[in-house]
Design a protein around this ligand. Structure first.
Ligand code: ZN
Length: 302
């Protein structure tokens, strides 16, 4: 009897292991990309993100743990547009897994084929501009992210061609869902088309533009450059509640400055959810968008 139980347990464990082994192991740089991989890969993938939800992916440090994680992966997805320029090149250099390096079959640059907004005419890298290739935060807007989802689907098909049909079907479903959700919110924002907004970092811009809002200024003079007292004072004296309806910022920047600008102008401050997993309810790329859109809607209607 005991032997039978042990034998049965072994079968169960080995069956479980074979299922686990059959999954495609994917590592992404951000939780937003991990969400897209889950949407396209479903139960066929096992995905982990190198950054946590409340970490700003502009400023991570390369660690040996990241190298190990990527080395053990079948596929690696990076955001691109130089979002991870401070840490991913080093991690990829250190990994022995050629398949996930740039040019390898398991490497995905999710930005491939996306038209970046706000591509600077002159690059101010020496002044700390962290958006030299244009705005890299396209994952905040699900329709722009359809191309990233397509790149991820193509990557999964390359490393796991047997399940190509499932990946294609999930991609189609994502395109349908994201079109529906974004259209719904565009309709809701119709009465506020062109409403002015000041942002802190250019993090939510893809979403704000899709909703028809008008980004009139930024608390950071350049992406990544902290504001001077003079710049903050200029924003407060330069705008009023007619020209700016609210200020929006990320939780990882100095909220005292955001409050100072919002209070100075006399408008609400909206602290957005910057990534999947950073707020209750923002547990996938679509609910991240909906959570942020709802926060803006509440600020405009109260
Ligand atoms: Zn940025």
């Amino acid at each position: 009897m005991k032997k039978t139980i042990i034998f049965l347990l072994m079968i169960i464990i080995s069956a479980g292991l074979s299922v686990a082994n059959a999954r495609v192991r994917v590592t992404t740089t951000t939780t937003d990309l991990a969400s897209l991989v889950e949407i396209i890969g479903g139960d066929l993938v096992d995905v982990t993100s190198l950054s946590r939800p409340l970490q700003d992916a502009h400023y991570l440090d390369a660690t040996p743990g990241m190298v190990v994680r990527i080395s053990r992966s079948d596929m690696f997805v990076e955001n691109g547009f130089e979002l991870e320029m401070g840490w991913i090149p080093e991690v990829l250099r250190e990994t022995r897994n050629r398949r996930v390096r740039r040019g390898g079959v398991g490497h995905v640059d999710a930005s491939s084929g996306i038209q970046a907004i706000q591509v600077p005419e002159r690059i101010h890298r020496d002044m700390g501009d962290v958006h030299p290739s244009g705005n890299p935060h396209y994952t905040l807007e699900p329709v722009t992210s359809q191309q990233a989802a397509r790149n991820i689907a193509n990557g999964l098909i390359r490393v796991d061609g047997d399940n190509a049909e499932i990946y294609r079907r999930n991609l189609e479903q994502y395109i349908e869902d994201s079109n529906r959700i974004v259209s719904k919110w565009q309709e809701k924002f119709e009465p506020w088309k062109g409403a002015g907004i000041i942002i802190y970092h250019k993090h939510f811009d893809y979403m704000l533009l899709k909703l028809g809002l008008n980004i009139v200024d930024a608390i950071e003079p350049l992406p990544g450059l902290a504001p001077s007292a003079g710049h903050v004072a200029g924003l407060i004296s330069g705008y009023n509640p007619e020209t700016v309806r609210f200020v929006m910022m990320e939780p990882w920047h100095d909220q005292r400055v955001g409050k100072q600008v919002a209070n100075g102008i006399g408008v609400p401050l909206v602290v957005g959810c910057p990534t999947v997993g950073s707020c209750d309810g923002a547990d996938c790329i679509l609910s991240l968008f909906e959570t942020n859109a709802q926060k803006l809607f509440d600020a405009l209607t109260k």
